[in-house]
Design a protein around this ligand. Structure first.
Ligand code: MTE
Ligand code: QUE
Ligand code: MOS
Length: 765
């Protein structure tokens, strides 16, 4: 594998190269599923959903739906012959509710019609007779009823109870962290195209083509080989298209099979928000003992999350919350109890950070509370608790933090952001300003990179070199705007010493690379980059052998650079060598495969090494609040983020900025609300406020930290997709700081909407 040396001076990797679709994005020329030219006889589908949170279905009368203008087919649970369950890990997610609905918005039936409007109008004509059952809607209610969808898990190290009893100071409290809608710009959509022999081609906006393939095959009663899933790109996924894409694809496929015609299902925004899962909201209890220096002696957490009506990915998500409740801090004595609450609400799912952000909020809140209790700057308390480098460096789950750059990274950001002077200036401002208060906070991030489900840490790739020297690249990852395709193309171009435009990336297809993992856990470039590199290296080695024979030099003297292949003073253009290889009957196509090394994780004991490495970062936010109205403003944000030796600093900067803004939205303006009947009342942009361009901090200073990944990740880079979301936590804590300046310490729940800011201040009046 490593017979050939890496090029001494990289030509394509580590360069700030634009996203391969950047100009197509802005010109509106990038094709999404709904832009694919529509096949002849295409039908459009709509889903009819439950108007109750928890009820028995006594009767389902679809006659009026079937008789509506333009309607060609109607399907419900009773029509499914093979399987009706599309739970991704454990069962519990029916395509169509069968006799029982468990959330308001749950799919009950689907209709296919000649046009979108006809399908959507017909879907409202069902007559459903319900018998209401008692519904558990909130985390508090679920805890009181011990309503859990999965067994409670406990992560323990040391003796937290004894440490709490012996600590000189102790604080207890409870606070809430809200959920979040993905609000991808392109909603959930799939188009199913039937082929011969019952085969089905699915164009899907999914992060997990293989799972869509498998679940479509399952509900159709077909072997996996009869279904192909294809994904060119998504208009954003953010975790919301890992498992949630399946129901849309399955409904389209079932209707396509029933009618023998292609079927497209595109949820409108309201249906998308009502029907599909979101980030888990959490209720967090803490009990912490500490000393006068702010160092924690022991801490107990109760993390309760609202999983909704089915398990979905909640086991892994809540595990990740537990694994990030330490964040950057050494917790000698710690107990984390994780309740996975079952509620009669939509089943919550993956969302950028995958539980990590909620876990991190727990410990960051505690850091802030300790500082307020002791009258210290929260940054001093955070520093007093940082992991060490040679001691105090083992996580509660037994993994040694081998590359702890947090103290150095935070010191650099503290200096570059002028933290100390601004802290003094904020305090001075607050002394003289009664109605406007400022707040400042620096929070760090440490995020574990790898799927905690070990088997998912694998990837495959397929590289073809054509006889004109152009290259086609396939891998198992999906493009959702994050820049995965350009990064993997950079790796292949580097490996073969050709210009980036010689490498063509094609749509992800389960027919080209099988058995793929979801593009998730920020691992897309790490996994697929290495797999594609392996494939390209196989071809390069074959070509090097041929060139070596021609030039009369050993293969390791051959270099690939600038579109040329050289050795022993001789040179041949890459396309000419490729042509020669073809005539010499040398294979110009190869697969590549990669598995993440060093993972050693015992799921049962919660001990070992679940992560290949950690990605780090830190942010400083300065805010102002209006004490009379609760209005908030972000004045300035400084970020320093660790991408290892970035594969593509332009892409990574975009990920850091976008992740931060999405995290800021989660913790400030994005508020999900359900009414007493379990109906989501915030199901459109009119009632759900995501950040827009005008919410980006006016003074926004983002830098990438310099340093290689000490692990052998692709070109010493680090994963960047999810970690920056957690940089948004500093905004929440800056707002908490400002509220404390106005009213003293109070319970402060996320999201910190203007309403919450005002209520928190009023609570202490
Ligand atoms: N960036 C954009 N533009 N759009 C997205 O949907 N998803 C995020 C992140 N960045 C997302 C994004 C999430 S949740 C993950 S897990 C990673 O991208 C997935 O891609 P990667 O593994 O290739 O980084
Ligand atoms: C982070 C993630 C995921 C994860 C674990 C992480 C993720 C995901 C799964 C998962 C787990 C079990 C399965 C499965 C998927 O685990 O996105 O299909 O059987 O999908 O630490 O992002
Ligand atoms: Mo990202 S939540 O792992 O899709």
């Amino acid at each position: 594998m490593n017979a050939l040396p890496e090029p001494a001076i990289p030509e394509t990797v580590h360069r700030a190269i634009a996203h391969d679709s950047a100009d197509k994005h802005v010109r509106g020329a990038a094709l999404y599923v709904d832009d694919i030219p529509e096949p002849r006889d295409l039908l459009h589908a709509a889903i009819g959903w439950s108007s109750r949170a928890h009820a028995r279905i006594l009767s389902l009368d679809l006659a009026a739906v079937a008789a509506a203008p333009g309607v060609v087919a109607v399907l419900a649970a009773r029509d499914l012959t093979a399987s009706n369950d599309i739970g991704p890990v454990l069962p519990g997610d029916p395509v169509f509710a069968d006799g029982l609905v468990e959330y308001h918005g749950q799919s009950i039936f689907a209709v296919a019609a000649d046009c979108v409007g006809a399908a959507r109008r017909a879907a409202r004509l069902a007559r459903v007779e319900y018998q209401d059952l008692p519904a558990v809607l909130t985390i508090e209610q679920a805890l009181a009823d011990e309503s859990y969808i999965l067994p409670t898990r406990i992560l323990r190290r040391g003796d937290a109870a004894a440490a709490l009893a012996g600590a000189s100071r102790r604080l207890k409290g409870r606070f809430g962290v809200g959920g979040q809608d993905h609000f991808y710009l392109e909603g959930q959509v799939a188009m199913a195209v039937p082929g011969e022999d019952g085969d089905m081609l699915i164009h899907s906006s999914t992060q997990h083509p293989t799972e869509v393939q498998h679940l479509v095959a399952k509900v159709l009663g077909l072997p996996d080989h009869a279904v192909v899933t294809e994904v060119r790109r998504m208009g954003g996924g953010f975790g919301g298209k890992e498992t949630q894409a399946a129901i849309v694809a399955c409904v389209a496929a079932l209707l396509a099979r029933r009618t023998g015609r292609p079927v497209k299902l595109r949820l409108d925004r309201d249906d998308d928000m009502i029907l599909t899962g979101k980030r888990h909201d959490f209720l967090i209890d803490y009990d912490v003992g500490f000393g006068a220096d702010g160092r924690i002696a022991g801490v107990e957490f109760m993390l309760a999350s609202r999983c909704g009506m089915s398990p979905d990915l909640s086991a892994s998500i809540n595990d990740r919350a537990m694994f990030h409740a330490d964040n950057c801090y050494f917790l000698q004595n710690v107990t984390i109890v994780s309740h996975r609450c079952k509620t009669h609400t939509v089943s919550n799912t993956a969302f950028r950070g995958f539980g990590g952000p909620q876990g991190m909020m727990a410990i960051e809140y505690v850091m802030d509370e300790i500082a307020r209790d002791l009258g210290l700057d929260p940054l001093e308390v955070r520093k007093a608790n940082f992991y060490g480098t040679t001691e105090r460096n083992v996580t509660p789950y037994g993994m040694t933090v081998e590359d702890n750059i947090i103290p150095a990274l935070v010191a650099e950001l503290e200096a570059s952001s002028d933290y100390a002077a601004r802290r003094a200036a904020v305090d001075e401002f607050n002394r003289t300003s009664p109605w406007l208060k400022k707040g400042l906070a620096l929070t760090p991030v440490k995020f574990g990179i790898s799927f905690t489900a070990k088997h998912l840490n694998q990837a495959g790739a397929l590289v073809h070199v054509y006889t004109d020297g152009s290259i086609q690249l396939n891998h198992g990852g999906t493009e959702m705007g994050q820049g995965l395709f350009v990064k993997v193309a950079q790796v292949v171009a580097e490996e073969l010493g050709v210009a980036l435009d010689r490498v063509k990336l094609t749509a992800t297809s389960t027919a080209k690379v099988p058995n793929t993992s979801p593009t998730a856990a920020s691992s897309g470039a790490d996994l697929n980059g290495k797999a594609a590199q392996a494939a390209a290296r196989t071809i390069r080695e074959r070509l090097a052998d041929l060139a070596a024979a021609r030039f009369g030099v050993p293969a390791d003297a051959i270099t690939f650079r600038d579109g040329q292949v050289s050795g022993g003073g001789q040179v041949i253009a890459f396309p000419d060598l490729v042509k020669a290889a073809y005539f010499a009957r040398i294979q110009l196509s190869a697969t590549g495969f990669y598995t993440t090394p060093r993972l050693d994780w015992n799921e049962a004991t919660h001990q070992g090494r679940p992560f290949f490495y950690f990605a780090y970062g830190a942010s400083v936010s300065e805010v102002a609040i209006d004490v009379l109205t609760g209005e908030t403003k972000i004045l300035r944000v400084d970020i320093l983020h660790d991408c290892g030796r970035s594969l593509n600093p332009a892409i990574d900067l975009g990920q850091v900025e976008g992740g931060f803004v999405q995290g800021m939205g989660w913790l400030t303006t994005e508020e999900l609300a359900w009414d007493a009947a379990g109906r989501l009342t915030t199901h459109a942009p009119s009632t759900y406020k995501i950040p827009t361009a005008s919410d980006v901090p006016r003074d926004f200073r983002v830098a990438l930290y310099r340093g290689d990944n000490r692990e052998d990740a692709i070109y010493r880079s680090k994963a960047v997709g999810e970690p920056p979301l957690m940089l948004g936590i500093s905004v929440f804590h800056a707002l908490k700081d400002a509220v404390a300046a106005a009213a003293g310490p109070v319970r402060f729940d996320a999201p910190a909407t203007p309403e919450r800011v005002l209520l928190a201040i009023e609570a202490n009046r």
